[in-house]
Design a protein around this ligand. Structure first.
Ligand code: TEU
Ligand code: CA
Length: 546
């Protein structure tokens, strides 16, 4: 086990500012809106906010395309608003973690505007430029994550620039020390403003060698992260979270091993990708295979048992809503939301709640391409149709896994704009906002919201949740997710039925617990004795004993 850090018993909450709260009625969420709603986070017990990008940006990818790293997007507010947010959050003992998007900038960043005009500019080499192939075409035929080629031609300099996501997001050349210093300066500037750390966007991509096609977890990655740590993070009491779609349990400790001098935790997706199609990826999702899913979680719990740290999540702004994806958004909506949350929150690591998850918000229900706003979806729609995928099939997959499912406005109350806006929202409000909203749940002790409040509080109260050893049980059971945490003669037993049918099993002695029931979502229970048990659909039971 490892030393307890200030952030380890805190639950994090991700705010996607565009969709959280609109204070001025222009249909777009903003920083004053976040400030107005901080009491909601305080009420939940949240200790950290991961703030998705609020920097100045043309918003091709809702802020993951930054044109000024040291200013706030005017539609979100001003630096003064930001400072007020930091102060107001701090007053509630909530630390703000900035989203650090430095694998790429916007194509409107002044660095890029100069780079694309002039090969002799010092900023030209802030990006990866390559000469055309002999026929004038791109240097190679690699494809970008958001569709189309990774190469975009700029006639002004007669060269192609490299972009892993969209042409509006040219990759920054981390091999240039001047670029790295510019990033480190900017990071120090935000830390000096009072932010408590960074969530680092696609961080495993910064160490690439594009000429040898070594992109993910590239050869320079850990040198750069160690340099960043020395230059920016060392000696500051911050928390850093590295987003990586490619980190494996074998490589995780290279990022977050305590003696590595790199990051505090990784934010990885192997449990998500386990449900994707081998060929069509997320556009042809598979139903949940609980046994395989549990195994990924167990593997990660075990891999980071003595060193490193996990992030625990089912939702973020890039993923569908977990109740829709893994739960039962119909009959068992509330109970399935609670069961999924229980299973995730009581593991070892930092839980990340994505706005709206705490009230059981569901997928958007979009059925037409015109409903969507996301650049990834719009580009992939074009691409997949060109490849011959029938549109209805694409839309069906998108209905299950598109990123916009998570980006509909936060549902605050029963009002027409769901309390998110008094104007016309930039993306449609989910029609179920009259049923699912914060106001309806705030004072209801049986609500999903109350359940999240309880989970967040338990992590602060019981060290076994922070530090306890994780042991998985009933690994082959297709419905029940069960594990124990053990710490100082205490045992926390967690059993969740991840299905809409009753689930029967024999509780082995190692999973059994005699003590106080901390959570029981279907009917009162006092313990989990060894022997036969039947869990009701989506029932979650947590007992703390020995
Ligand atoms: O996401 C990384 C990333 O790889 C995703 O784009 C992922 O491929 C996709 O969501 C799967 O559907 C980060 C940000 O979280 C995302 O919002 C940005 O679009 C992306 O980086 C580029 O900055
Ligand atoms: Ca606004």
């Amino acid at each position: 086990t490892r030393r307890t850090e200030w952030w380890m018993n805190r639950t994090a909450y991700q705010i996607y500012p565009r969709s959280f709260a609109d204070a001025n009625g222009d249909g777009v969420g903003d920083i004053p809106g976040i400030i107005d709603r901080l009491h909601h986070l305080a009420d939940l017990g949240i200790g950290l906010i991961w703030l998705s990008p609020v920097y100045r940006s043309p918003m091709a990818d809702n802020g993951y395309d930054i044109s000024d790293y040291q200013d706030i997007a005017p539609e979100y507010g001003t630096l003064a608003d930001f400072d007020r947010l930091v102060a107001e959050a701090d007053r509630r003992d909530i630390g703000i973690i900035m989203d650090l998007v430095v694998n790429h900038s916007s194509d409107r960043h002044p660095w890029f505007l100069e780079a694309k005009q002039d090969r002799a500019s010092p900023f030209h080499d802030f990006y990866y430029w390559r000469d055309p192939a002999p026929d004038g075409g791109p240097p190679d035929d690699r494809k970008a994550y958001f569709g189309g080629p990774v190469w975009t031609f700029y006639p002004e300099v007669g060269r192609y620039v490299f972009n892993l996501f969209s042409p509006q997001q040219p990759d920054l050349n981390w091999q240039n020390p001047a670029l790295r210093q510019a990033v480190y300066d900017m990071m120090r500037w935000w830390l000096d403003r009072g932010v408590r750390g960074f969530r680092m966007d696609v961080i495993d991509l910064i160490g690439k060698d594009i000429d040898r096609d070594l992109i993910t977890e590239g050869p320079y990655l850990h040198d750069f992260l160690q340099e960043m740590h020395r230059e920016v993070l060392a000696g500051r009491d911050v928390v850093t979270v590295g987003e990586s779609w490619n980190v494996t349990k074998e490589t995780a400790l290279l990022y977050c091993g305590r003696d590595r001098g790199e990051l505090d935790m990784v934010f990885q997706f192997q449990h998500i990708v386990a449900g994707w199609d081998r060929v069509h990826g997320k556009w042809r999702p598979h139903p949940l295979d609980l046994v395989a899913f549990k195994k990924v979680w167990t593997d990660w719990q075990e891999a980071l048992e003595v060193d490193g740290w996990n992030s625990l999540f089912l939702n973020n702004h890039d993923l569908p809503r977990s109740v829709s994806r893994y739960g039962d958004a119909g009959q068992w909506r509330d109970r399935s939301a609670k069961a999924l949350a229980t299973a995730i929150h009581l593991m070892r690591g930092t839980p990340f709640v994505f706005q709206g998850e705490e009230i059981g918000m569901t997928n958007a229900g979009f059925t037409e391409i015109t409903h969507y706003r996301d650049i990834e979806l719009i580009n992939m729609h074009r691409e997949m149709l060109m490849q011959g995928l029938p549109e209805h099939q694409f839309l069906e997959g998108a209905g299950i896994t598109a990123r916009d499912n998570a980006r509909t406005p936060m549902q605050w109350d029963t009002g027409p704009g769901a309390g998110f806006t008094t104007g016309e929202p930039w993306i449609a409000v989910n029609p179920n906002s009259a049923d699912i909203n914060v106001a309806a749940q705030r004072n209801d002790p049986n609500s999903v919201l109350a359940h999240y409040r309880h989970l967040v509080a338990l992590r602060k109260q019981h060290e076994v949740i922070v530090q306890g050893r994780f042991v998985s049980w009933l690994e082959d059971h297709p419905q029940i997710w069960a594990y124990t945490r053990e710490w100082n003669n205490q045992r926390l037993s967690v059993l969740c039925n991840i299905s809409s049918e009753p689930a029967r099993t024999e509780v082995p002695p190692g999973l059994a617990s005699n003590g106080t029931c901390l959570i029981c979502t279907a009917h009162p229970r006092h313990s989990v004795p060894a022997g036969p048990i039947t869990l009701e659909p989506w029932e979650a039971v947590v007992v703390l004993g020995n």
